[in-house]
Design a protein around this ligand. Structure first.
Ligand SMILES: NC(=O)c1ccc[n+]([C@@H]2O[C@H](COP(=O)([O-])OP(=O)(O)OC[C@H]3O[C@@H](n4cnc5c(N)ncnc54)[C@H](OP(=O)(O)O)[C@@H]3O)[C@@H](O)[C@H]2O)c1
Length: 267
């Protein structure tokens, strides 16, 4: 098994790194804020983390974080290393990263669907893009984390992730407003859930009322901004951004906030 450097130990990164370690990979970890390794082999220097690693996995907040980490480690990558970026950053950031990499270093974009529970138990959906030989080399690592969907060439995984999460978050925001209207009418919440949960909104309803996911509103807004261009998603970005007090809370708490302010429509 190849030696893995895992960079980024946030909500998702830490359980993913632990999962890889738990299934037998040789994992060394690094995080910008040290002391997050929770028993894994942690080093304080990102360059030290990637030294000798065949596969470098990044799970970072956004494109700015990816650029910052790339600035630290690119010169220290081993010739022949493979960088697997699992952050949700969009295809433009992936293309920028690719241009920075030394010759001989491969890159796979492999963002994920699913939150902290699936991150810990190998239940993620992994959207993989890249050159076929790079994706094949990454596959054992990706399969330890979830079900791999082969999306196509470089950037295709990042692109599909933006499309999927934009639609999911946009749908949750819309459903949150609908639930607030139902509450404003005084409809029993169980009744509303029963009817909406029996139709095509079932999955969105489960996500909008989840108590287990941990996908911060600030990251949801970042993803919709990557996906948006149209007026609906632009409005969703504005709505999410209008609640800075929820920035670090799960998206379902945004729905709770809408419902807490529920009022019956005037007509
Ligand atoms: N949470 C979810 O349910 C979920 C689900 C699917 C996909 N995602 C995506 O997965 C990625 C990670 O999400 P998360 O929930 O784990 O986020 P998170 O808890 O906010 O963790 C973000 C990570 O990025 C690091 N980071 C931020 N800015 C940095 C910088 N300038 N330089 C170096 N490191 C930096 C943070 O380091 P520090 O500890 O030092 O701040 C931390 O390790 C995001 O792209 C997110 O959209 C999240």
């Amino acid at each position: 098994m190849e030696k893995i450097a895992f960079l980024g130990l946030g909500r998702m990164g830490l359980p993913m790194a632990k999962r890889l370690n738990g299934v037998g990979f040789d994992v060394r970890v690094w995080n910008r804020t040290p002391g997050k390794g929770d028993g894994l082999e942690e080093v304080a220097d990102a360059v030290e983390a990637v030294r000798g690693a065949g596969v470098v996995v990044t799970m970072l907040a956004d494109g700015a974080a990816l650029r910052a980490v790339a600035g630290r480690i690119t010169a220290g990558l081993e010739p022949g290393a493979l960088w697997v970026d699992m952050s949700s950053v969009g295809p433009v950031a992936v293309a920028e990263l690719r241009e920075q990499l030394p010759d001989g270093v491969g890159l796979v974009d492999a963002p994920v669907l699913g939150s902290v529970g699936p991150a810990a138990n190998g239940g993620l959906t992994v959207l993989a893009g890249g050159r076929a030989e790079d994706v094949e080399r990454a596959r054992p690592v990706l399969e330890a984390l979830g079900t791999v969907v082969d999306c196509g060439g470089p950037g295709a995984g990042a692109a599909l992730k933006v499309v999927a999460i934009g639609a999911i978050v946009g749908g949750v925001a819309l459903l949150g407003e609908a639930l607030a209207v139902a509450d404003g009418y005084g409809l029993p919440q169980e009744l509303t859930a029963k009817v909406l949960g029996a139709g095509p909104l079932a999955g969105l309803l489960a996500r909008a009322t989840s108590t287990e996911a941990d996908f911060p509103v600030r990251l949801a807004a970042k993803d919709v901004a990557l996906a948006g261009g149209g007026p609906v998603l632009a409005a969703v970005v504005a709505g999410l951004g209008s609640r800075p007090e929820l920035a670090d809370q799960d998206l379902a708490r945004y729905v709770d906030a809408l419902r807490a302010e529920a009022a019956a429509p005037a007509r």
